[in-house]
Design a protein around this ligand. Structure first.
Ligand code: S3P
Length: 442
């Protein structure tokens, strides 16, 4: 069962209090998806410790079970077993593969399934996912011989895939997207020659790290590891995967403590993979009072604790260029942070935000403006003028989990009592978010 104690989607959030104490955030969403997928196509058993028990990874697990992988229930126990079917062992499912709200599930599965020869798969998702572009994956996969069909020339789900013998290829991706890169790497595992992916700048590298650990023949070269080569032939072998806490979930508490007077919190066991720590670069610019403690490596991923205290003198920041892929999911909460900085903050090169679970540039602007925020929405980013305070409002997550959690923190620091419609969206990536909010707020 997903721990969701808050079926009532319209939530009242009282303001005031400070954030105090220790928190362990749930497992990393990106690593959880990958551990399930690589475990499912490995030989033998994979044990996943600390898997994220949230709706998105549960969607991935459900799809993989329909294709023959045995995966134990994902509950609050968080240690699960995946019995793999081997590289070419996935069976044609009798049902449609429902990816729910999860772009990562759909895009990575497309990469996995295009090479499952002579088997047919249909994939769909919820209202949000059916609007998200899938051609960004279908197009590079077609260069390897993959066949993905669907509405708008294969851009929108429902999608159908008929598995083919794929060919190795050299593919330059136009955007730094780990979902696109990972789909190509998955397809490359069963191609008939070497495949090379070249990214314009580095996106999160969890797939590369995990493929190496599972035994794939993978080579990483080029500046910042932007060239990734896979040579097929090696089998994958089940592993023990330890999933660190998700830095994207931790970011809500980092910013909550930084902007709420009197706060002092420590977020333990947070993944600090350098392709994910763009937020640390931004809090350095802001002058947030924090320290990284107990930094160590666990199962191939850097992990540490983050101690943050309130600082009344935060400075405006600028985000652009290569740092964007390293904090792409943190833009909503950083927009809130910018409201409490002295000066004008600029978030540029953020057009990818428009094709997330919602158009996050538009939605965060619309919602925070209700509270009095001074934000200008540009074509590929935001300009945010710091202000003294926000005031309570009737807010709406618009079904987006990261917007729901950003608005929750905004409501605590605002003056008065806010309401947040569709607050249950948080369960997509952080099922215990609302309980943690009440526990940390004093
Ligand atoms: C993810 C990659 C990012 C991110 C998403 C998870 C992943 O998307 O926004 O939440 O696990 O690969 P893009 O790869 O499209 O930037």
């Amino acid at each position: 069962m997903i721990p969701n104690d808050h079926p009532e989607p319209l939530k009242k959030v009282r303001s005031g209090g400070k954030f105090i104490g220790n928190i362990v955030v749930p497992g990393d969403k990106s690593i959880s998806h990958r551990a399930l997928i690589f475990g499912a196509i490995a030989d033998g058993e994979t044990i996943i410790q600390g898997i994220l028990p949230a709706e998105d990874p549960i969607s991935t697990a459900k799809c993989l079970r329909l294709m023959g992988a045995e995966i134990s229930p994902i509950d609050s126990n968080q240690i699960i077993s995946v019995k793999g079917v081997g590289l070419d062992g996935l069976k044609e499912p009798e049902e449609i593969l429902d990816c729910g709200n999860s772009g990562t599930t759909m895009r990575l599965l497309l990469g996995l399934l295009v090479g499952c020869k002579n088997r047919h798969f249909i994939l769909t998702g919820d209202e949000s996912l059916k609007k998200r572009p899938m051609k960004r994956v279908g197009k590079p996969l077609s260069l390897m011989g993959g066949k993905v069909n669907g509405r708008a020339s294969g851009n929108f789900a429902p999608l159908s895939v008929y598995g083919q013998q794929l060919h190795g290829a050299v593919i330059g991706t136009p955007v730094a997207s780990a979902q696109v890169k990972s789909a190509i790497l998955l397809a490359a595992l069963t191609a008939d020659g070497t495949t090379k992916v070249i990214e314009p700048s580095s996106s999160r590298d969890h797939s590369e790290r995990m493929l190496k650990a599972f035994g794939a023949d993978i080579e990483i070269s080029g500046e910042f590891g932007r060239h990734i080569c896979i040579t097929p032939g090696a089998r994958l072998t089940g592993q023990k995967v330890v999933v660190p806490g998700d830095i994207s979930s931790a970011s809500f508490w980092i910013i909550a403590a930084a902007i709420t007077p009197g706060s002092d919190i420590t977020i333990q066991n947070v993944g600090l993979n350098p392709t994910r720590t763009g937020i640390i670069e931004v809090i350095n610019q802001m002058g947030v009072s924090y320290e990284l403690i107990n930094v160590r490596t666990i199962a191939g991923e850097p992990v540490g604790d983050i101690h943050v205290t309130y600082n009344s003198k935060l400075k405006a920041f600028k985000i652009d260029g290569d740092v964007m892929p390293k904090l792409v999911d943190e833009v909503p909460i950083l927009t809130l942070a910018a409201c409490f900085c002295d000066g004008v903050s600029h978030i540029n090169d953020a057009s990818e935000l428009r094709i997330k679970e919602t158009d996050r540039l538009k939605v965060i602007t619309r919602q925070l403006k209700k509270m009095g925020a001074n934000i200008i929405e540009n074509q590929d980013g935001l300009t945010i003028q710091g202000i003294e305070k926000l005031t309570a409002a009737e807010l709406d997550s618009e079904t987006d989990h990261r917007i729901a959690m950003t608005l929750a923190i905004a409501s605590v620091v605002a003056k008065g009592e806010s309401t947040i419609a569709r607050s249950n969206a948080a369960a997509v990536s952080y099922p215990t978010f609302w309980d943690d909010l009440e526990r940390l707020r004093q």
